[in-house]
Design a protein around this ligand. Structure first.
Ligand SMILES: [Zn+2]
Ligand SMILES: [Zn+2]
Length: 345
């Protein structure tokens, strides 16, 4: 079976965490965090449509200028999602350069920033190259159940975690794929065409099953209900679910927010900054340990855990870090490992 996204951790686990997620069948890619992105080619940069920023510590955001330079002359829209303060950070980056040669006009690079100011609201603001990146008006949008993006291909939710500042974790779900069974079409004397796009959009929009849709192109086509088309001509393949979690303290509030977000993800990308023997340091620095990362993965019943963002202090202990995560994951899954955070003050 083929899936929409093909996620790749870009850097070594001791370097900046960046998750690059190209679509297999489209010229589009997602990015989680924006630290060092030197490994991305100009063509790969141009495919990025949406960037999910956990927080703006340098190791998660220092690639902004490189990305901006690579995309400046592109006629495209780049959407950013991130925590409180993101609009200001991006605005200051943009103000750090001179744009006097940018000619006013339509098109050009548009940066659209979605700043998640609370669990229930984000603020959206546009910055356009041809407008010399002057900030546009701000609009406020209500968030329900953590949902920040939903389109034909993906649905993205977030949770706000505590890293001594707000740090966002993300859940990225592929939309189900309805595979048209062409032999069934042929049996019914139907031809593939644009009407299938109308059908796919109706599915995505969750239109009622009794809505009538065309089953041919051209004027006055025969009509059929959405439910009949779905039942008779498609096979449904559920999408994969990915979760991205970095930089958070193992405290009860974070655990309570994280577990529903990462529940049964097919792959959990999660920081495992410190070894368990250094849990005190991890706590003080608002990071997770290997064992905590594995424990959370097991409690959430994820399919697979991919640890990242190891502290440099363990540069020669990579295998040991991975082994600790995997052992904790297995023990958490079968109930042998129960971890509790320290009691709050
Ligand atoms: Zn951080
Ligand atoms: Zn970090």
């Amino acid at each position: 079976m083929s899936y929409r996204l093909k996620p790749q951790i870009l850097n070594d686990p001791f370097q900046d965490p960046v998750l690059y997620m190209p679509f297999q069948f489209e010229k589009r890619a997602l990015l989680c965090d924006l630290g060092t992105i030197d490994l991305l080619s100009p063509a790969q940069l141009r495919q990025i449509s949406d960037i999910f920023i956990s927080h703006t510590h340098m190791d998660h955001f220092a690639g902004f200028d490189l990305l901006l330079r690579g995309l400046l002359r592109q006629n495209m829209r780049l959407s950013f999602y991130g925590p409180s303060g993101l609009r200001e950070h991006i605005s200051h980056h943009l103000k750090g350069y001179s744009w006097n040669l940018a000619e006013p006009g339509p098109g050009g690079l548009e940066i659209r920033v979605h700043e998640i100011v609370s669990a229930r609201q984000y603020r959206c603001q546009k910055f356009r190259f041809h407008n010399r990146f002057d900030p546009g008006p701000t609009t406020s949008v209500t968030i329900q159940n953590g949902l920040i993006l939903s389109d034909l291909d993906i649905t993205v939710r977030m949770a706000i975690l505590d890293h001594k500042l707000p740090c966002l974790a993300y859940r990225i779900e592929e939309s189900p794929q309805y595979h048209i069974q062409k032999d069934r079409l042929v049996e019914q004397g139907l031809l593939p065409g644009r009407w299938l796009n109308t059908f796919r959009r109706a599915l995505h929009d969750q239109q009622p099953g009794d809505v009538l849709l065309p089953i041919a192109d051209g004027p006055s086509p025969p009509m059929q209900t959405l439910k009949t088309i779905k039942d008779d001509f498609t096979l449904c393949q559920p999408g994969k679910v990915y979760a991205y979690v970095v930089d958070c303290q193992f405290n009860q509030q974070n655990i309570d927010r994280l577990l529903p977000l990462i529940h049964k993800a097919d792959t959990l990308f999660i920081e495992a900054g410190f070894r368990q023997q250094d849990a005190d340091i991890a706590w003080e620095r608002y990071h997770l340990t290997t064992e905590q990362a594995g424990f959370l993965a097991g409690q959430a019943r994820v399919g697979k855990v991919e640890p990242l963002h190891f502290s440099h202090r363990y540069i020669d202990q990579k295998d040991a870090l991975i082994a600790e995560v995997n052992a904790a994951f297995a023990a958490s899954l079968d109930g042998r490992l129960i971890l509790s955070p320290p009691p709050s003050d």
